[in-house]
Write a protein that binds this ligand. Structure first.
Ligand code: AMP
Length: 117
C-alpha cells in the first residue's frame, strides 16, 4: 500500500530493526515508546482494521498471538506484558488509531496502571 508507513518499513524503504520476522509478520520497536519496552507486531499484508480482516489474515493474527509469549527473552516479557490494538471506527476514532495498517502494540518492562481513558 502506497504511503503506508508500516508497508514502507516492511519493504525496507524506511530503516527499522526487526526483533522478529517471518513470512507473515514483523516485530519492531515503536518510535515513540509508551512503556519501557514498546514493540509493534505488524502483519506483512496491508489491512487497516479487524473489520477488514479476512480469515487468512485472522490466522496470521492468531499466529502473532501464539508467537509473542515464545519471544519473552527477546522482548523482555518475563514480568508480563500488555497487548493493545487501537482501532478506528466507522464514525469516529475514539481509540486514536494513527497508522491505518493493523498492528498489535506490545507493552512491557514496567508496572502498568489500568486506566485507558
Ligand atoms: P496507533 O495509534 O495504534 O495507530 O499506533 C501507531 C504507532 O506507530 C504509534 O505508537 C507510533 O509511535 C508508531 N510509529 C509511527 N511511525 C513509526 C515508525 N516509523 N517506526 C516505528 N513506530 C512508528
Amino acid at each position: 500500500m502506497e504511503n503506508c508507513v508500516f508497508c514502507k518499513i516492511i519493504k525496507g524503504e524506511i530503516p527499522s530493526k526487526f526483533l522478529y520476522e517471518d513470512d507473515d509478520f514483523v516485530i519492531f520497536s515503536d518510535l515513540n515508546p509508551r512503556a519501557k519496552y514498546h514493540y509493534l507486531a505488524v502483519p506483512k499484508q496491508h489491512f487497516a482494521t479487524l473489520n477488514e480482516m479476512n480469515s487468512k489474515q485472522a490466522e496470521i493474527v492468531a499466529k502473532i498471538l501464539k508467537k509473542i509469549p515464545e519471544l519473552k527473552d527477546v522482548l523482555h516479557l518475563e514480568n508480563g506484558f500488555r497487548l493493545v490494538i487501537n482501532q478506528k471506527g466507522e464514525t469516529g476514532n475514539d481509540a486514536s488509531q494513527e497508522v491505518p495498517h493493523l498492528h498489535i502494540h506490545i507493552l512491557a518492562g514496567q508496572k502498568m496502571s489500568w486506566n485507558p481513558a
